[in-house]
Design a protein around this ligand. Structure first.
Ligand SMILES: Oc1ccccc1-c1ccno1
Length: 249
């Protein structure tokens, strides 16, 4: 998978040199390039914004630098055949986007080329989104219902959520199976040594060695935790995925 990120604060994305994503880049599992939008300006002040038409507070990001930067990013990727699913995906972090979920991460982890456009100020001139549709699948994307100062933080989260699902990035793919949201449920509580810590014991069943009882206890905890913290996820569960014991929780 190839990932391109365009930002006026490329150093914000240096966290992608570290840990799991950094290692995947070293191993060639992910090709990731971060580009400074200002490289695509033509004036001596390297201007990327201007006042909004129609008035209002703040500044809007100018379209031309973005078009040049996105074209450069697109051509770094594999030549996209005509098929829509072969086109690069342009992810535009925005509070006005679709909400990014684990299902979105799974979907985007299957694509060849992702380009992330980190907007700042009051946003990017809307014509860039319209223009981009000719060569990209354009996906305005939100992390949730709150406001950030720019797209960089959202890109860090999305690249990690997507990158870890690319085959080979996580050493033990088994660990992807039972984590939160893998099956639409929150993950169960975990414990490690010591068995007794500050007068708090590890649940007895986890010391029993009885794998069936442990699996049942974990599933019950997932269902109880999800019902308590995320009733919206319980409502979205497919009843066919629940067994009789699940229904008794
Ligand atoms: O609030 C934002 C500003 C710029 C780019 C993205 C965001 C955002 C907010 C929530 N998810 O993304």
């Amino acid at each position: 998978m190839r990932i391109d990120v365009v930002s006026i604060f490329p150093e914000y994305l240096s966290a992608l040199d570290l840990s799991l994503i950094g290692k995947a880049r070293e191993q060639g599992l992910l090709q990731l390039t971060v580009t400074d939008l200002r490289e695509f300006t033509a004036d001596r002040h390297r201007t990327v914004d201007d006042t909004p038409y129609g008035g209002g507070a703040g500044m809007v990001m100018k379209p031309e630098p973005w078009a040049l930067a996105l074209d450069a990013a697109r051509t770094r990727g594999p030549a996209a055949a005509g098929a829509p699913e072969q086109r690069p995906v342009l992810v535009v972090p925005s509070p006005a986007g679709e909400v990014f979920t684990q299902a979105t991460a799974r979907e985007l982890a299957l694509r060849e080329h992702l380009v992330f456009a980190c907007g700042r100020y009051e946003g990017i001139d809307e014509r860039v989104v319209e223009w981009s549709r000719e060569h990209f699948e354009v996906r305005p994307m939100s992390l949730g219902d709150y406001v950030l100062n720019g797209g960089e933080v959202a890109v860090l989260a999305m690249v990690e959520a997507i990158g870890r699902l690319v085959p080979g990035v996580i050493g033990n793919p088994e660990s992807l199976v039972e984590e939160s949201h893998a099956e639409g449920l929150l993950e169960y509580p975990v414990y490690t040594k010591p068995a007794l810590w500050r007068d708090r014991p590890v649940p007895e069943v986890l010391l029993s060695g009885h794998h069936g009882r442990i699996a049942r206890w974990r599933r019950d905890r997932q269902l109880q935790r999800t019902a308590a913290r995320r009733p919206d996820l319980v409502a979205a569960l497919d009843p066919a995925g629940l067994d009789r014991a699940d229904r008794d929780v």
